[in-house]
Design a protein around this ligand. Structure first.
Ligand code: KG4
Ligand code: ZN
Length: 348
């Protein structure tokens, strides 16, 4: 069989996106974000996100088909995120994907969003050149506003296991909440990243969640950011009560250091523990300058090869679902069928 032509739909959070691939060649990746609508509220509002998906899905689909310059009848399969994500957001993408598959008479694959973040690396190569296959096994570090996960990946079409996750807030959520309490706009990640450039990362020693010996016994590869967020809030509050100025750059840099330190230390520890020599990162927080830098240093010191897909592929997009769909088609897996439901807590 020639390389499968697959259309992928992603709508698990606040991005409505349609990607089209032929095997591991990217043909289109259209993304409509409702982030600006959520900025007013300081975070993603599920009801607002669902409505925005409904408005964006049609035009996004049409743009992707035009960009890829294909005829829908040529498709080999339709792929869609079935979970995890916001229920009201997932169902919009699923309804669109089912309709396409039913009308065109094509197989439908409901796929896992987290695994899509790993598969997307197959697209990160110059156009016309072959893809670099994913090393087996690979450790995936996924950090965004919705997730903070460590996955061991033997084979993206079946052998994926979660070995660590956050027990409270996602890393990006912590960025967004700390930005809000410093009076900075949403989304907080890029703004704190920039503010931190002028600050001293050692000015304030903020806590590294789940690193105390008694926590490590049960949660060695898990994350927690709510204690860090509370520590920043207390520090800022105390300083205000004392009538002092808030050194925003120092707070941002010290907070960012705590996040990058704990994320990278646990990821490298997990790779070593599982004897894995390859790591890949994904999610919006993977764009963070300190996280990228520190992870680069620590993986190099540990002899781990690090893959960092370009930022446009790290954030949520339809192409990651399309390329995972192409792998699933090539592996000969059974389609999901038109009756598939959305699962907001879908495990890998
Ligand atoms: O993957 P993404 O676009 O959407 C999902 O949440 O699924 O990630 C968005 C998150 C937001 O919380 C945002 O604040 C964070 O990624 N982010 C960053 C940076 N750029 C985006 N966090 C830290 N540093 C950045 N440079
Ligand atoms: Zn994501």
């Amino acid at each position: 069989m020639s390389e499968p032509l697959v259309l992928g739909i992603e709508s698990s959070c606040d991005e409505t996106s349609v990607g089209i691939v032929r095997g591991e060649q990217l043909l289109a990746n259209e993304v409509a974000s409702s982030m600006e609508l959520h900025a007013r509220f300081g975070g993603v509002v599920p009801e607002v996100a669902s409505r925005a998906h409904l408005e964006a899905i049609g035009p996004t689909l049409r743009r992707a088909v035009e960009t890829a310059d294909i005829d829908l009848s040529e498709l080999d399969a339709v792929a869609v995120t079935a979970g995890p994500g916001l229920m009201g957001s997932l169902v919009v993408g699923l309804a669109a994907a089912k309709t396409l598959a039913a009308v065109l008479g094509k197989p439908l694959y409901g796929l896992n969003h987290l695994v899509g973040h790993v598969a997307v690396d197959l697209l990160d190569h110059p156009a016309g050149e072959p893809a670099r296959p994913l090393a087996r096994p690979t450790l995936a570090l996924l950090v965004s506003g919705g997730h903070t996960q460590l996955l061991t990946v033997g084979d993206i079409t079946g052998d994926v296991a979660e070995i660590g996750t956050t027990i409270d807030d996602a890393a990006g959520e912590a960025y967004d909440k700390v930005a809000r309490l410093l009076g900075l706009p949403y989304p907080g990640g890029p703004v704190i990243d920039e503010a931190a450039q002028g600050g001293d990362p050692e000015a304030i020693r903020f806590p590294r969640g789940l690193t105390a010996p008694h926590d490590m016994a049960r949660h060695r590869f898990d994350y927690s950011f709510s204690g860090l967020k509370t520590a920043v809030a207390r520090w800022v509050e105390t300083r205000r009560l004392e009538g002092g100025e808030i050194p925003v750059a120092d707070v941002a840099a010290s907070f960012q250091e705590a996040v990058a330190d704990v994320i990278t230390a646990k990821a490298v520890d997990a790779a070593r523990h599982h004897g894995i020599e390859h790591m890949i990162i994904g999610g919006g927080v993977a764009a963070n300058s300190r996280l990228r830098g520190l992870l680069g240093e620590r993986t190099a010191a540990a002899g781990i090869e690090l893959r960092r897909p370009r930022p446009g592929l790290c954030t949520d997009n339809g192409a990651m679902i399309a390329v995972l769909g192409a792998q699933v088609v090539k592996a000969g897996l059974e389609p999901s069928g038109l009756g598939i439901g959305a699962d907001s807590g879908l495990p890998v």
